[in-house]
Design a protein around this ligand. Structure first.
Ligand code: NAD
Ligand code: UFG
Length: 337
């Protein structure tokens, strides 16, 4: 499986995965509508690898463009990152999320089917476990959606399961990411959120760089070791290599397979703040604030399945994630601008 289409490949996780694919000599084509990313990310990957990347600005909702692309290429498989991911925005604009994420994926699958390309790696999320009351979460844990974004991921999982049920020539890996953070160690590529970040790590780095005054810690009355919420943070480069292992797995014609991609370790908000302070020698001013509505107390992965079936385990620890996130932020205080 050498020729791979990467949708959403200029984005945070996509750009890091493109870099790892090029290092392993995959032939890749990247598409993205650039709604939430910049073309510059791939220029940086080109600089790091010396490779020239074929990029097309295509929206997944634009089916004729997708058809043309598949007519002009012989893809062996697709890694499908493209999608909108902001939980709050999805609550305000559910139709945008259902249309973009679900219709976009259906279009992609229809064009793949038409061209007999039946290998797919899909970016799912730990959000499909809803608001879990127990961790670690295995791939068999109960599924639910607690917001429209989560509903799109869950619905796409069901659609892909139906697709496989109807035609067992498909090979599909549903990868459920936990909390991706960090950046490539070069500091050339990283997470570049638009506006004020929703997520913890980019918020911390923007406080550290002086763009934001103070971090708010949402809730210190959870039933956890220090009262703050626990998550499974995973280095984006580990996540990227997980995709290469998933592609390898698809070569074995496994049908539909599901893997949690996390470290299996839970860290609280205060653990992350302290790890950041120790890794980078910077104090993070913070204040305690009420719980954020919809947040789970604890969410971390059971990662045994990915370890045994993909031979993949996360290698970077929380300190590495904090160091690399900060390296990216200091080198690029305004992101890719
Ligand atoms: P990102 O926003 O950086 O990347 C997604 C890319 O998809 C962007 O470049 C965006 O412009 C593009 N895109 C969106 N809709 C498109 C469309 N209709 N046509 C073409 N391109 C389109 O996000 P990311 O963090 O790299 O996430 C990648 C995938 O992983 C997403 O599907 C996301 O839902 C999923 N995911 C992310 C996280 C996370 O916390 N980052 C966690 C779990 C799952
Ligand atoms: N938090 C703060 N202050 C902030 C931001 C976050 O205290 O300013 C806390 C949250 O309350 C939570 C933890 O930090 O306890 C992590 O929050 P994030 O927003 O970084 O991540 P979430 O776990 O809430 O959500 C992320 C993605 C979702 C995805 C989910 C599971 O944003 O899209 O992981 O994969 F669904």
């Amino acid at each position: 499986m050498k020729s791979i289409l990467v949708t959403g490949g200029t984005g945070f996780i996509g750009s890091h995965t493109v870099l790892e694919l090029l290092k392993k000599n995959y032939r890749i084509v990247v598409i993205d509508n650039l709604r939430n990313s910049k073309r510059e990310s791939l220029k940086r990957v080109e600089k790091l690898t010396g490779a020239k990347i074929e990029f097309h600005q295509i929206d997944l909702l634009d089916k004729p463009d997708l058809f043309d692309l598949f007519n002009q290429n012989n893809f062996d498989g697709v890694i499908h990152f493209a999608g909108l991911k902001a939980v709050g925005e999805s609550v305000e604009k559910p139709l945008l999320y259902y249309s973009n994420n679900i219709s976009g994926t259906v279009n992609l699958c229809e064009v793949m089917l038409h061209h007999n390309v039946k290998n797919l790696v899909f970016s799912s999320s730990a959000t499909v476990y809803g608001n879990p009351d127990q961790s670690p979460l295995t791939e068999n844990s109960a599924l639910s959606a607690v917001n429209p974004y989560g509903q799109t991921k869950l619905t796409i999982e069901y659609i892909l399961k139906d697709l496989y049920r109807a035609d067992q020539n498909w090979n599909i890996a549903l990868l459920r990411y936990f909390n991706p953070v960090g950046a490539h160690k070069s500091g050339e590529i990283g997470e570049d959120p638009t506006g004020i970040p929703n997520n913890l790590m980019p918020y911390i780095t923007q406080v550290a760089v002086g763009k934001l005054a103070k971090l708010q810690v949402f809730g210190n009355d959870y039933e956890t070791h220090d009262g703050t919420g626990i998550r499974d943070y995973i280095h984006v480069v580990d996540l990227a290599t997980g995709h290469l292992r998933a592609l390898e797995k698809l070569k074995e014609n496994p049908g539909i397979v599901i893997y949690n991609l996390g470290t299996g370790k839970g860290s609280s908000v205060l653990d992350v703040i302290h790890a950041f302070e120790i890794a980078n020698g910077i104090k993070i001013p913070y204040k305690l604030a009420p719980r954020r509505p919809g947040d789970a107390a604890v969410c971390y992965a059971d990662v045994k399945k990915a370890a045994s079936e993909l031979g993949w385990v996360a290698e970077y620890n929380l300190k590495d994630m904090c160091r690399d996130a900060w390296n990216w932020q200091t080198k690029n205080p305004s992101g890719f601008n």
